[in-house]
Write a protein that binds this ligand. Structure first.
Ligand SMILES: [Zn+2]
Length: 204
């Protein structure tokens, strides 16, 4: 435990050196000018799928919400407590992000819980949460295919938020569905025309 603590604090020291020292302190700039991220990412809590690390972005560049299985719930304006929906509202209505990336990934524990409900049903919140993206037929569905289908459901759910739908219709906001393969570190982007996840096209 002691070693682990020393290790993570070393990371903190590196962060301080990189982002808070010198005449061009990134953090000082962000404190003075506020955050203006253009991109919001909805990612999984999985420790292997860190959007800022995968995309090599600095503080202030990505507005990120992470939850189990990177789910966008449907719009439900009630007295319950909707953390992901609150983050969406903040990103879309107050930060005016121009892109939302829903970042799914391979070997997702949340998706696994969805596909193996009977084994893992004894939990307080997980099964109920992931039931939001349950496909109509999970028989013979492998984990990664299910994770990709779940992204499509999350996009549909995005469009149930009236203020989000309005921005998409006005072309002020674009929703992207991305899938990250943990083993190879590769990203795949959903192509609307081909209805497939394909490697990203790099514009040099
Ligand atoms: Zn996951």
């Amino acid at each position: 435990m002691k070693e682990f603590y020393a290790e993570i604090l070393r990371g903190y020291q590196q962060f301080r050196e990189k982002y808070t020292t010198g005449d061009h302190s990134v953090m000082q700039y962000l404190a003075d000018n506020g955050q203006r991220p253009k991109v919001m990412v909805i990612a999984c809590c999985d420790s292997r799928v860190d959007p800022a690390l995968i995309l090599q972005r600095d503080p202030g560049e990505l507005f990120v919400v992470r939850n189990v299985a990177n789910i966008v719930p449907p719009y439900e304006k009630d007295e319950m407590h909707h953390g992901t929906s609150a983050a969406l509202e903040f990103g879309v209505c107050y930060l005016n992000v121009e892109h939302i990336i829903i970042l799914g990934h391979s070997q997702c524990g949340g998706i696994n819980a969805l596909l193996n409900e009977t084994e893992l049903h004894q939990n307080d919140f997980i099964s109920n949460w992931v039931s939001l993206i349950k496909p109509s037929n999970t028989e013979h569905l492998d984990q990664d295919t299910c994770a990709k289908q779940a992204l499509l459901q999350s996009k549909l759910n995005c469009m149930t938020f009236p203020w989000l739908q309005e921005k998409v219709t006005e072309k002020l906001l674009t929703i992207h569905l991305w899938f990250f393969d943990i083993k190879t570190g590769q990203l795949f982007v959903f192509d609307e025309i081909q209805q497939l996840f394909l490697p990203p096209i790099f514009n040099t």
